[in-house]
Design a protein around this ligand. Structure first.
Ligand code: AMP
Length: 304
């Protein structure tokens, strides 16, 4: 019998068309749940994805996810087109510009969490329409730790639905722009405090090349980004940060403050590899020893 499911992730499973100053890719594998689950797979066995793809989703991409041990029992296939995101990055690639978002089969998706997954202790509501996130949360039996991600599109167009689900999770993960847009506060610390008043106990702030911070009512922790000079495509950096973090916690089965800090380091390291290739090109070649080596360097870099 397979071991019990420990980490469930709902979010987009996508085809991405991307351009960065370093190249272009058309309809390659992407999606928030994809990048998060692959990152998590380095720390926890058989992370599960709840999502939907269309009949155009290549079998080779399915095999790719399976090769990392990602459990696809919760990934349905519907008649129609896979979610397709077109994005571009310019200059320092700090900000993704969305050229188009085609929801495809996500527009009418009614998520069904496999029965055997509903008691999973860790839940990641990765980026997707907040109503879908909430329906997945509704089907879970009290996860021990739930984390929510979102993006500017949903903050602008589905604000009330988003606030409703944010109230119910333990933690959120947002970048500078998103937290400012959500709270109306410019100072990141004020914005994080305002975010805590919306319900969650913890806020993970993604700050790109400046690293990541953790803010709680009585805690603050910051890690720099792992210094990599070889950034080719930032797509999935945020998802692999959150996926690495959740995979680490789910693998250890602990959420004490020191575990949250170690989990952030795992997220920082996974996202540093993620950006060194387009889509999953770099992350799929990753060896556990390379992760350990960067964790060790990051630890040495931040000790004083
Ligand atoms: P990030 O970690 O922020 O770079 O996330 C990149 C991924 O988000 C891409 O692979 C996209 O497929 C996915 N994405 C883009 N827009 C949306 C959206 N509106 N909802 C869900 N996922 C999205």
């Amino acid at each position: 019998m397979p071991a019990a499911m420990r980490l469930v992730t709902v979010g987009s499973v996508a085809l991405d068309t991307l351009s960065t100053p370093h190249g272009k890719r058309v309809r390659i594998i992407g999606g928030a749940a994809t990048h998060a689950s692959v990152a998590a797979s380095f720390f926890v066995d058989r992370p599960g994805i709840v999502g939907v793809v269309g009949s155009d989703f290549p079998a080779a991409y399915r095999r790719l996810l399976l090769s990392r041990g990602v459990d696809l029992e919760g990934l349905s296939v519907a008649e129609g087109k896979t979610f397709h995101w077109k994005g571009s990055y310019e200059g320092d690639m700090g900000v993704a510009r969305t050229l188009s978002t085609e929801l495809g089969v996500f527009a009418s998706f009614d998520p069904q969490v496999p029965l055997a997954w509903r008691k999973a202790p860790f839940l990641f509501l990765a980026n997707i329409e907040p109503g879908i996130q909430e329906r997945v949360l509704d089907q879970m039996t009290r996860p021990r730790f739930s984390l929510l991600d979102t993006m500017n599109l949903w903050i602008a167009t589905r604000r009330q639905a988003l606030l409703k689900v944010i109230r119910r999770v333990d933690a959120v993960v947002l970048n500078d722009q998103e937290i400012r847009q959500l709270t109306g506060e410019h100072s990141l610390i004020k914005a994080a405090m305002a975010c805590l008043r919306l319900g969650p106990k913890l806020v993970f702030l993604k700050r790109g090349e400046h690293g990541a911070s953790l803010v709680g009512a009585r805690e603050f922790f910051h890690l720099p980004a792992f210094p990599t000079a070889a950034v080719l495509d930032p797509t999935g950096a945020g998802d692999s940060f959150a996926g690495g973090l959740m995979g680490w916690l789910a693998g250890k089965g602990k959420t004490e403050p020191k575990d949250l800090r170690a989990a952030m380091a795992a997220g920082v390291v996974l996202s540093s590899f993620q950006v060194e290739g387009f889509s999953l090109e770099r992350t799929l070649r990753l060896k556990p020893a390379q992760i350990s080596a960067r964790l060790k360097t990051l630890r040495a870099m931040t000790r004083f």
